[in-house]
Design a protein around this ligand. Structure first.
Ligand code: CUA
Length: 178
């Protein structure tokens, strides 16, 4: 759903860029000799654009900044104590300490790497990304997520890490809460 929205917004923005190109093409006529008025107009447009951008992006930014860190805003602990899953990335496989996860209960993935940087990304059955975090050597990154839908989920590597990158693949099952 969210990805569909992002896709439509991207398409709309691309269309705007395309229209911009068209506008420039249509208006690129003969060369003007006196640049001063043109320059003035351009500066005015730039100033207006600047404040327009501030208005369009500044307000949502300020409003969403107050939600940081997002984990704290989400009812992370709703549904009981978190299930801990240790996840380690190797060239080129994932090791998960659990293969069964309860739906509706928060999960805490503790993600590490045994060698180089990997991307720990969880995908649902439609191969839509659910959550992701970087797997880094020498660090443990925590990823919290509460699965609402039972099913088979996949962990893929989201960062190119060499020849076997596409083989970094693991699976776990989210089960209805007993
Ligand atoms: Cu690990 Cu790509």
């Amino acid at each position: 759903m969210l990805q569909d929205i992002v896709w439509i917004v991207s398409l709309a923005l691309m269309a705007v860029v395309g229209l911009g190109w068209g506008f420039v093409l249509l208006n690129s006529g003969a060369r003007e000799e006196n640049y001063a008025p043109l320059q003035q107009r351009a500066y005015r447009l730039r100033t207006r654009l600047f404040w327009g951008l501030v208005a369009v992006f500044g307000v949502p930014m300020v409003l969403t900044l107050s939600d940081l860190p997002y984990d704290a805003v989400r009812p992370a602990q709703a549904g009981g104590e978190a299930q801990v899953v240790d996840a380690t990335g190797y060239m080129w496989r994932w090791e998960l300490s659990e293969e069964r996860i309860e739906a509706g209960r928060p999960v805490e993935f503790r993600v590490r790497s045994a060698d180089i940087n990997h991307g720990f990304a969880i995908y649902d059955e439609e191969l839509k990304i659910v959550a992701q975090v970087q797997a880094m050597p020498g660090l443990t990154n925590t990823l919290r997520h509460t699965f609402t839908r039972p099913g088979t989920y996949r962990v893929l590597c989201l960062e190119y890490c060499g020849l076997g990158h596409h083989n970094m693949f693991a699976e776990f099952t989210v089960e209805e809460r007993s």
